[in-house]
Design a protein around this ligand. Sequence first.
Ligand SMILES: [Zn+2]
Length: 271
Amino acid sequence: MRSVAVFVMCALAVTGSRHGPADSFDGSLRSLVLGALAARRTDDANAPADPDGPMTIDWLAGRLLSAIKADRSALAHMHARESLLSIAPNGTLLDEADGNGNEVALPPSFDAPLQRPDAAIVLVHNHPRGNGLSGADLGQLAKPGVAGIIAVGHDSSLYAAAAGPAYHPNVFETDTYPLAMRETLRRLRTETAGTHVEAGAVEAQVEHVVAQSLNKARVIRYRAELGASRSDSYRRLQVVFGHVSEGVAVAVTRAPGSRIRPPGSPPAVWD
Ligand SMILES: [Zn+2]
């Protein structure tokens, strides 16, 4: 396990009270997440059968999506800095870290619980620009205590990922993700050569396409719902993105060391 996996280095402060539900959305990620978690205690068709049972990433992603859809205009006014929250399986907010407009660093106190096997923590953060999960984001899944990671885009996009059976913590950030990114960029260039596709329209979707490829290769389990304008932009190139992610998934699957781990093997141990 790498000693430090950070979103990026920058100054940060752990802020705010960690207790008490938010009464309403106040522009912070914290209030959005606490509102979604509070729904767990209500009569909710999407809630786990056992309300005191483990909160899953799928459930939390679904609740956040409902909250986003209920108030898209509020989300557009979210604070323009990144925040990162860690949520325990019982649905309580464990910790919070604030970053700047592009990045959040993890202080040791935030990171320590993520290293505990079976902690089953879900990380939730926001992406002011609305782009997909980065390599550093997906690299958090290498930590034995991380069950999943979610990014909420200020354009109403939502991205959620958990480690899949072919996720290898020791090589994900050094080999797997760089290979997937390299292959994605190469194939996108080839597929759009000679066309009038705007580079920006492709660039805005790159992280999402890489994550789709990794999902097809079973490296991650991935779910995404794009905001309206991002979704329109994606649809215009949907066929290209589909070809590219299929090809990249094959390349990732064929790479040395990409074999699927046997069922039951611990997520953070490989070979
Ligand atoms: Zn991120």
